[in-house]
Design a protein around this ligand. Sequence first.
Ligand code: TTP
Ligand code: MG
Length: 389
Amino acid sequence: MSRTILHIDMDAFFAAVEQVDNPALKGKPVIVGGAKRGVVSTASYEARKYGVRSAMPIFEARRRCPQGIFLPVRMKRYQEVSQKVMAILEAVSPLVEQVSIDEAFIDLAGTERLHGDCIQVAIRIKERIWSETSRRCAEACLTCSIGIAPNKFLAKIASDMQKPDGLTIVPEEEVQNFLKELPANKLPGIGPKSEEALRRLGILIVADILRFPPGLLQRKFGKYGLRLVELAQGIDDSPVIPCRPAKSMGSEDTFPEDTTDINILKKQLLSQAEEVGERLRSDGLKGRTITLKLKHSDFTLVTRSHSLKEATYATKILYDTAVMLLERYDLKTPVRLIGLAVSNFGGGQQYSLLPGVEKETEKLERVDHAIDRIREKLGRQIITRGSNL
Ligand code: TTP
Ligand code: MG
């Protein structure tokens, strides 16, 4: 049975929120990004004309667009707006899958009778986002781009085709036409490396994939080779899974200079474990999964995760787990950014039931609580842990 999937992606999201909050910025090249040695998070379409892009170092953005208005990231505010947008989408269908702060899939299954034509649905979504997020003046409002297709991957490609404020529809009978001339790197799962590997085989556009014997692609790319053939045919059965992305709490820092010094990396992890542990404890949250994030000098991003048997908010366990992940990682290229995050919340209080028997974790958590209390009273600097913890 054919499906109707919408993919919605906000336009220049962080920069657009800044323009809504301060309409004087409307029509101006706004660049949102890290204050120190950070990178551009996003740029308004006005700034993109100068070649400013996400993930570009700020200094490069300043060189390309000296007249740009550079603003720091206000994540809390963007999350607030994101929640508003998601609530608008959830009013359309219960089948909403949020995939990042500014994008989501909607499966319109069963809602046709309620909402009518899918194009009307898309227009209504645009209008509601527009009206419910515009603040002081109608000129400054948020726009999104929407793709409508029989499956998720086509809807996502479609939403990107006519940004900003786009609406692109790929009807079932148009799928082959839509795909054939598309650059192969638009397919999901193709990064710069596999793009290069495909190019070496002479595969540039999607139609080239279908000219290739599937067996050969499988030998070259393993299971993904077969998935590629399916994608090239427009086949994708993956369902819209109505749940929010796993919540996580984390901290990350960019070094003033790239480093391979394990002691510097560990020291940063310690301060991050302290910060994240304290925030978890104050929110009463315990997490099972610890993730180490490393961004290298060449901007490649690596994450390594480990799930514990029991959820925790003990600083030492967060630190020890992150260090274990770091030590297992074969560190070759210098690191520019390190981060530690905790996710997979739950598990609650799991204290031992036998009186007098205190588990190691409980001891650690008790010490943490004591430290938190002293710090609260006397200030952050009063207790610092040695990096041997
Ligand atoms: P995107 O949807 O990729 O970008 P965008 O919404 O800014 O622009 P577009 O119109 O092309 O969709 O990402 C959403 C937000 O995520 C973006 O506003 C800022 C943040 N982000 C980063 O912080 N770093 C990045 O490298 C990228 C790509 C996005
Ligand atoms: Mg976007």
